[in-house]
Design a protein around this ligand. Structure first.
Ligand SMILES: Nc1ncnc2c1ncn2[C@@H]1O[C@H](COP(=O)(O)OP(=O)(O)OP(=O)(O)O)[C@@H](O)[C@H]1O
Ligand SMILES: [Mg+2]
Length: 377
């Protein structure tokens, strides 16, 4: 990637010193960066982030009121800003500050007095990593679309067969001179219902493939039922039973619903692919549970499809790690799910495997969101 492609990126500079802000802006301008924005406090930065699409943040650590580490955490925990790369800029290069910054979700770190060569290299490296992530994301969307088309084809099969059977019935009854008006009416009504079903599924799939620009309040149980409806016919045809245990009083969480459905579908797809390798006679079960505690809404999806070896378990979130040579697995499902949940929605994703089971767990926060909204993000 040509580094000059980054020069028009929106960079937000946050520092409580006007002199440092001016210095940073002037050196970056000299380097050719054209879209620079400055904020003297985290609060001011939050309001810029609300109104502007920012591609990179340079964030001072020591600031009054909300310091850089807290600001970094808030930005990471907010779905709309969670994906923005952050480079911490600080005079304090102690191990403790370094650890705190990375724990809060910073991508990189540079020290004051600012060495411009060093900063510029870091900016380009962070932006280029982001660009690569985006390319992988696009590739994943393409694979996810292919999987969805398979599911759609499966869902269409039954109503299409029913329409075709109704047409055949009409034809035979007509040829035998047995076609009564009631008979005709009833067939036409059924055909009409089936075509409406087909049109509804296609609309649902179209909206699912859309990339959303804003996070929304989501009812997790409803979203899960919707996702299960999509996979139910495929699961039924493969004798996979779904066991659902939902906690009823879940707090609404802030997320991107279509993206979340795509993530869940990729887990269900993995489970189904794992079952295709196990003994046909074994009982295939997927347990879906939701749970609420003070901090998190948790979704757990657990299958008994054989499990994952200890060695592979360490690699499943790596991009391009796949054990599915036969189906030409890209190895992007779990990687991009992690990006979506952790970087885009400020949540957590984990995977466990014991005996012959695999459990994927997603945790999403609402309470934090409310706190941030109060803070003004
Ligand atoms: N439920 C599961 N049971 C057993 N193994 C699993 C399960 N989920 C994931 N894995 C393992 O993790 C690997 C990575 O999964 P991931 O979804 O990232 O990629 P993939 O399914 O191989 O390819 P893609 O999703 O890009 O089509 C899989 O190849 C498989 O070995
Ligand atoms: Mg997969």
């Amino acid at each position: 990637m040509n580094n000059n492609n980054f020069l028009d990126k929106n960079i937000l500079l946050i520092d409580d010193s006007k002199t440092i802000l001016m210095f940073l802006a002037s050196v970056l301008k000299k380097e050719g960066y054209t879209n620079l924005h400055s904020a003297l406090s985290a609060k001011k930065a939050y309001s810029i982030l609300k109104n502007k699409k920012i591609n990179l943040i340079l964030l001072d650590v020591v600031m009054p009121d909300i310091d850089g580490v807290q600001a970094c955490q808030s930005i990471r925990n907010t779905p709309e800003t969670a994906h923005i790369p952050i480079i911490m800029v600080t005079g304090d290069d102690s191990d403790e500050t370094l650890k705190k910054s990375f724990d809060a979700g910073a991508d990189d770190f540079t020290t004051k007095p600012i060495n411009f060569m060093n900063l510029n290299t870091r900016i380009k490296s962070v932006l280029s990593h982001k660009e690569k992530d985006l390319q992988i994301l696009n590739q994943t969307r393409y694979t996810a679309m292919n999987d969805m088309i398979d599911t759609l084809a499966h869902q269409w099969r039954q109503p299409l067969a029913a329409i075709s059977a109704a047409v055949l019935d009409i034809e035979i009854a007509y040829e035998l001179d047995e076609l009564t008006p009631e008979n005709m009416k009833s067939h036409l009504k059924n055909i009409n219902n089936y075509t409406q079903d087909l049109s509804k599924t296609i609309d649902e799939f179209r909206s699912l493939s859309k990339v959303e620009s804003k996070a929304k309040e989501v009812n997790i149980n409803k979203l899960l039922s919707y996702t299960m409806k999509i996979i139910s016919s495929t699961y039924m045809s493969q004798n996979i039973s779904l066991e659902v245990k939902e906690q009823t009083n879940l707090k609404p969480i802030f997320a991107y619903p279509n993206e979340l459905v795509r993530v869940l579908l990729s887990f269900f797809q993995n489970t189904q692919e794992a079952f295709s390798k196990v003994n046909k006679d074994s009982k295939k079960t997927v347990q879906i549970k939701t749970r609420q505690d003070n901090f998190y809404t948790t979704i757990s999806i657990k299958d008994n499809a054989g499990g994952i070896s200890k060695e592979n378990l360490l690699k499943v979130f790596d991009p391009y790690f796949s054990t599915k040579k036969e189906k030409n697995g890209k190895g992007l499902g779990l990687y991009s799910s992690k990006q979506a949940i952790e970087e885009h929605m400020g949540g957590k994703i984990s995977i466990f495997s014991k005996n012959n089971t695999t459990e994927v767990m997603i945790q999403l926060k609402m309470s934090e969101q409310k706190r941030l909204q109060k803070e003004g993000i």
